[in-house]
Design a protein around this ligand. Structure first.
Ligand code: FAD
Ligand code: PYC
Length: 416
């Protein structure tokens, strides 16, 4: 690799970034594959990578209607943590968290994982009781966590307003030191490049318009470039899961709603951890290039417009200004929305469907970025063996028939 130098910098500046080698092939769809993955977000790409890498299944195509990582993967606020309340969720998310520190080496691509710790603030007595319960549950599962007092918080985050006279006074927080952030695009690009190198075809700008089912088994997907036959089809389309399920005659217990975020102008380093407040609906961190990355709550109704409603973001920014009075003078640069797929228990659906050979991985809602490596790993295993990976088994679609819901609303990070 070329070393950083003034000469190197000038050379690349004058080159206008020309002649960069392609990171992955622009594959033409073949007529059939062993496995077709619908959706080229982080989860779909990770699934393809682990199918090829761990299970030796590389006759795989990822079919994406837009560009790789252009869905929620490239729209999220990049928070990574595993402090979920219920055992099943804690195990799944912590399995994912354990994969992050080595991911850049695994993919030979810098995903900029930064374990700078995550704080979840409590503003009421009941929230503090819930935080204590969650931290205790986490520690019983071997997951790091502490409860911090306002004084400890003030020392850790000097800009945070911990005054007792604040509108929503901060009474304390949970602290997960192993949590942090990662670069979302890099995660998609890293998995894409590594999957392509193992022989996976990445097919962009190709919407799937139908799922062909014959005698109760999946036979392939219809696209605007023709039918692509497949022995197995795996749908990983987040906010569009209901649409894809309907193509196979299925109905999922999922609502698709806009969730929005925004970034500020770049600032000098001033916030070296992640602060989340479920009660007032904001979460905030500072990107390496200085921007404040701020997220808001989900819209209260379903929709597919990747923008979100103004009153939601107004409410979140009011909360940011109250929590961090110094940020009230910061200008915002960009705002956007992503369509999140929310299950009634705020947990994902991973696994088989009533249609043979058809699998879904969805329902990650407002919190699936953190689980990208773990989700891809367990889903690939589930597809390869046509049975649930042990960590994925509790998240089967059939839990809604059995009433075996895993309520994670409290730890979801964003109330919905
Ligand atoms: P996506 O990245 O959305 O990929 C699905 C892909 O499927 C898309 O690229 C889409 O174009 C494609 N697709 C859809 N329909 C079709 C079709 N018919 N044919 C072909 N392709 C199709 N999670 C966290 O853990 N931490 C956070 O801080 C966080 N913040 C968030 C903030 C916002 C504003 C949003 C919107 C989400 C946030 N999330 C967060 C949630 C997280 O982004 C998602 O759970 C995760 O990225 C889902 O990844 P995915 O690969 O399943 O979906
Ligand atoms: O799940 O940690 C999370 C999260 C933060 C912001 C949106 N989701």
């Amino acid at each position: 690799m070329e070393r950083y130098s003034l000469f190197g910098l000038l050379k690349h500046a004058l080159h206008h970034h020309e002649d960069w080698p392609r990171a992955w092939r622009d594959a033409e769809p073949r007529s059939s594959y062993d496995v077709v993955i619908v959706g080229g977000g982080g989860h779909g790409l990770a699934t393809a990578y682990y199918l090829a890498k761990v299970h030796g299944i590389s006759d795989v195509a990822v079919v994406e209607k837009g560009w790789l990582g252009g869905g929620n993967t490239g729209r999220n606020t990049t928070i990574v943590r595993s402090n979920y309340l219920r055992d099943e969720a804690a195990w799944l998310y912590d399995f994912a968290l354990e994969l992050w520190p080595d991911l850049s080496r695994e993919l030979n691509f810098n995903v900029m994982f930064s374990p700078r710790g995550v704080l979840n603030l409590g503003h009421t007595l009941q929230e503090m009781r819930d935080i204590e319960r969650r931290v205790n549950a986490n520690r019983l599962n071997g997951i790091d966590g502490e409860v911090l007092s306002p004084a400890e918080l003030e020392a850790r985050v000097p800009l945070l307003n911990c005054s007792a006279s604040a509108r929503y006074p901060v009474l304390g927080a949970s602290w997960q030191p192993r949590g942090g952030v990662a670069r979302h695009d890099a995660v998609a690009w890293g998995y894409a490049r590594a999957a392509d190198a193992l022989g996976v075809d990445l097919i962009q700008q190709t919407p799937v318009t139908g799922i062909r089912v014959e005698d109760g088994r999946v036979a392939g997907v219809e696209t605007d470039r023709g039918l692509i036959a497949a022995r197995k089809v795996a749908c990983v389309v987040a906010g569009h899961s209901g649409v894809l399920a309907a193509m196979a005659g299925l109905r999922l217990p999922i609502e698709s709603r806009p969730l929005q975020a925004l970034v500020s102008e770049p600032l000098k380093p001033c916030l070296d951890t992640v602060v989340m407040s479920n009660a007032v609906h904001c979460y905030i961190s500072q990107a390496d290039k200085g921007d404040l990355v701020i997220g808001a709550g989900a819209d209260g109704y379903t929709g597919y417009g990747q923008r979100g409603s103004f009153h939601i973001i107004e409410h979140s920014l009011a909360a940011v200004c109250e929590l961090f009075p110094a940020f009230s003078r910061v200008r915002m640069n960009r705002q956007w929305g992503g369509i999140v797929d929310i299950c009634p228990d705020a947990c994902p659906i991973i696994g088989k469907t009533p249609v043979g050979g058809l699998y879904f991985n969805c329902g990650w809602g407002t919190g699936g970025f953190k689980s990208t490596p773990g989700s891809g790993y367990v889903f690939a295993d589930t597809i390869a063996h046509d049975r649930p990976h042990p960590l994925a088994a509790p998240f089967a679609l059939s839990r809604f028939e059995r009433g075996a819901l895993i309520d994670e609303h409290g730890a979801a990070g964003v109330a919905h």
